[in-house]
Design a protein around this ligand. Structure first.
Ligand code: PNS
Length: 163
């Protein structure tokens, strides 16, 4: 039984994330998408909202569970009894940070392996940060995220501007 964890902030989930989720789910028995609740950062969406969007976007995948976590990823992996962490690599610029994270996690627990998947070329430029930036200036983000997510992003940005 191969249980893998695909961790991230998913603020919001993009087609790039969904590409990795689909492909990682296809090569594991169970894929847990770990949604970081980082108390040190102020995300656009609450962790509950991010979990809800991910659940909807992956509802056709029978072996995927969406679970929020706090603290160290390696502790979450142990708690979930997952032996594999999956991370997507978009470009060489991702490599340094990902290598540092993987090496640190391996030092913390060498029983958990980090596996990298290369993001499909069509999504290699995509990030949640750029999606939010485009949306904040009124740009069309429908080619970057599912339609219902695009709606949520637009509404959330409007809502934040009101307060
Ligand atoms: O989507 P992101 O923001 O690139 O995901 C980063 C994430 C959540 C994988 C990373 O920040 C993380 O694992 N945070 C949990 C804290 C942790 O374990 N840090 C030590 C790893 S060096």
């Amino acid at each position: 039984m191969l249980r893998a964890i695909y961790p991230g902030s998913f603020d919001p989930v993009t087609y790039g994330h969904l590409d990795i989720i689909r492909r990682a789910a296809a090569v594991s028995d169970e894929l847990i998408v770990g949604v970081l609740n980082n108390k040190a950062k102020i995300p656009l969406f609450s962790v509950e909202e991010r979990v809800k969007m991910l659940c909807k976007a992956t509802e056709d995948l029978g072996n995927v569970r969406i679970i929020p976590f706090e603290g160290l990823l390696i502790d979450f992996a142990k708690q979930m009894d997952a032996k594999v962490i999956v991370r997507g690599l978009r470009a060489i610029t991702d490599f340094e940070y990902e290598l540092q994270m993987a090496q640190t996690n391996r030092k913390l627990n060498e029983e958990v392996e980090t596996l990298f998947m290369t993001t499909s070329l069509e999504y290699s430029y995509l990030s949640s940060t750029t999606v939010k930036e485009v949306a904040s200036f009124g740009g069309d983000i429908s080619q970057f995220v599912p339609e219902f997510v695009a709606k949520e992003v637009t509404e959330k940005i409007k809502e934040k501007r009101r307060v």
